[in-house]
Design a protein around this ligand. Structure first.
Ligand code: ATR
Length: 279
């Protein structure tokens, strides 16, 4: 019988997940369809009931529902509990199980480039929901975390959470500093990369060893990554994180190994199309 999956969020029209998952189903001949639905915050409870009533096998959850969905679920996995947020729901024996693949998806996307993370230094730009998931996943692998945010109080709160996990957590304001010269992994999580225009500060003096990641998914290189590449660093954008969080959600729903290359192609085709049509 045909299975149905979806992503719910608001806004949702720019989501790349349907193209990525449907390309994966096609490559393996799986009888399933992945949809996308715009769900307003005040209709979330009804949407969850509706998805269950319609027999959906599972769904992804994106902004702004990653935390508020928890009140509508029956069980949380350790990853969802740790993050305090859910991006994947599976219906299992009539129960709604909440899971989170964002943190582990990020780790999978960088581990080929950054072997042995323990003891190495990560600097995160931003202290919102995305930064939290990444900070916890990196701290769990023993990295030292330095968080820089426009509102330093929020960076301090996140650094305290890292310390509670027994790892080194520190914070600072959103500007260049001595951290540049010994950073191993620099991750840009703020919404700045969504906008046009130059990145507000230079990365001059950054360690050439640094791996630099911008988690924003865009067809073109972000101003931040362009700056890092000009300084001689290895860089990559948010596509890999999106790919691996999707692959882990697939494996949570269907078991086995997700068809990574088909899903990657499904994603790339959409990005190329966007670049072609929107310049
Ligand atoms: P998400 O859950 O996707 O991480 P968020 O919680 O809204 O989104 O977080 C957005 C992040 O981008 C925050 O760290 C925010 O900084 P503040 O905590 O000071 O608001 C950061 N941000 C947004 N616009 C910014 C700007 N113009 N300059 C610097 N940081 C910015």
């Amino acid at each position: 019988m045909e299975k149905h999956y979806a992503v719910i969020g608001d806004p949702i029209e720019h989501s790349y997940s349907p193209g990525m998952h449907n390309a994966g189903y096609d490559s393996l001949g799986i009888d399933a369809v992945y949809h996308r639905f715009q769900v307003r915050s005040d209709r979330l409870a009804e949407a969850v009931e509706g998805l269950c009533a319609l027999g959906f096998a599972g769904w992804n959850v994106t902004l702004p529902h990653k935390e508020s969905i928890i009140a509508h679920l029956d069980v949380l996995t350790p990853q969802a509990l740790r993050a305090g947020a859910v991006n994947t729901v599976k219906i299992h024996e009539g129960k709604k199980i909440g899971h989170n693949t964002d943190g582990d998806g990020f780790i999978r996307s960088i581990e080929g480039d950054l072997q042995s993370m323990a003891g190495k230094k990560a600097v995160l730009l931003g202290a919102g929901g995305a930064a939290k998931g990444i900070a916890l996943a990196l701290a769990e692998r023993g990295m030292q975390i330095h968080i820089l945010n426009r509102t330093p109080e929020k960076a301090m709160e996140l650094a305290h959470i890292v310390r509670e996990l027994g790892e080194k957590g520190s914070w600072g304001s959103f500007e260049p500093g001595p951290w540049l010269k010994d950073v191993d992994l620099l991750v840009q999580t703020t919404s700045l990369s969504l906008h046009e225009g130059p990145f507000p500060f230079t990365l001059a003096g950054i360690s050439r060893q640094a791996l630099v990641v911008d988690i924003i998914v865009k067809a073109r290189e972000t101003a931040f990554l362009e700056e890092a590449r000009k300084q001689g660093c290895r860089t990559f954008g948010g596509m890999d994180m999106l790919l691996y969080q999707g692959a882990l959600a697939w494996e949570f729903w269907l078991g086995g190994q997700a068809p990574i290359e088909a899903m990657r192609k499904g994603l790339k085709d959409q990005l190329l199309q966007q670049m072609f049509y929107k310049g």
